[in-house]
Design a protein around this ligand. Sequence first.
Ligand code: ACO
Length: 462
Amino acid sequence: MPKPGASEAPAKNASAPPGAAALEIRDTRTNESYSLPVVDGSIRATDLKKIPSGDADGGGLMSYDPAFLNTAACRSAITYIDGDKGILRYRGYPIEQLAERANFLEVAWLLRHGELPDQKEYDKFEHDITYHTYVHENIRKFLEGFRYDAHPMAMLNSAVAALASFYPDSRNIFDAEQRNISIIRLLAKVPTIAAFSYRHVKGLPFVYPDNDLSYVENFLSMVARMSEPKYEANPVFVKALEILFILHADHEQNCSTSAVRAVGSSHVDPFSAISAGIAALFGPLHGGANEAVLRMIGEIGHPKNVPAFIEEVKGGKGQRLMGFGHRVYKSYDPRARIVKQLADDVFKIVGVDKDLEIALELERIALSDDYFVSRKLYPNVDFYTGLIYRSMAFPTEFFTVLFAIARTSGWLSQWEEMLLDKEQKIARPRQIYVGPGEREYKSKLSAARSGGKAAKKDALRQ
Ligand code: ACO
């Protein structure tokens, strides 16, 4: 084998057509050169297989990318993010314009279909969703079976998975009609299940959907209605929730969306795939962050304790400034800007409290501290959402459920895009095996556990 740095051989194994953009690389192990086509700023990981790995298994070269930091797993036309510039667009429309002018169902349609709905399309869509909000009574009974203190995300996750058993035809995922009705059912029923889980934890009777109300108003009615014959939600809260749902509707290939795509790639029904997304969202590093922000603020207790807390975070003893930092945004999360404005509107009604003061102080100090600035750690969408939700009287453990209601629209759009993408197959990453080589089995169990019949009899007699 030539030594590293030996003179370059002409490109063999070329896979890029002449004249096409290509990455010319030389393998210093063999002195072979390769030409890998570059399309859309990417090389195909499978093109690397043309290069021998040099390992005993004789397979081609792989790329090693734990947590998919630099791997595009799909081509998607749904959501565009420029993390450095702080840009977020759904189907080309800036998030700021959608948050200001659209409503959530319009955005849900846009995400799935690629264009804004016209009046006729919107009316039918809204009607279909409104008339699928009821759940089978057995789902209600199923939810009643949970412990009084069950986390509503665990209830939501289980009940959405259980829906698969009520709609067996949903397994026909390549039947466009079945796909459509499953998508309508999920968009319609997730808020109902979410509200039922809220009422269960509160020990309140379930409130059935009210078909006269809008999507958001109906949800608030199922959550908050008591004895009044008709629930009238505070319009500022309705508007705030509408905007928060829009902001959370999609965020390209995040952890939960990747979970939906990966599970959906096995061609399971959409209820099971969406429940995988809910499970991923439950984690504190993802959708659970707004809950974690409030807990953190509670622990800080007073604005005067903020500098000491920041020092603790910088000490790197495991404590993170929750609601700060993002895998993709390396500048201010555009959603956080909108949420901060929204918080101002909501707090004008409910009044500023100590926790908001702590949040403002955390943000002020962190944005001027070199630790956070040098690591490009800015507030993310979750930094202020928890404070808004709490001011609307939602309990902390319900915040992620609100996120899940909104994100269901994005998950479904991504799931369908994945299914119809001819390039997609069942998700199946590779690995680099680092475990022991072959070795002979020698039991370490006691004779009674591993021995023959006699030994087992002895063990039973004891
Ligand atoms: N507080 C303090 N330090 C942080 C934080 C934070 N919130 N986030 C990242 N860092 C530091 C890391 O310690 C690391 O420092 P080092 O280089 O000295 O080791 C550096 O910044 C890079 O951090 P990574 O963990 O490599 O960044 P990654 O992109 O993997 O993490 C994440 C992104 C998970 C969001 C992270 O910033 C975090 O844990 N934030 C707090 C949780 C949170 O708010 N999550 C919500 C995300 S938004 C959403 O899901 C809707």
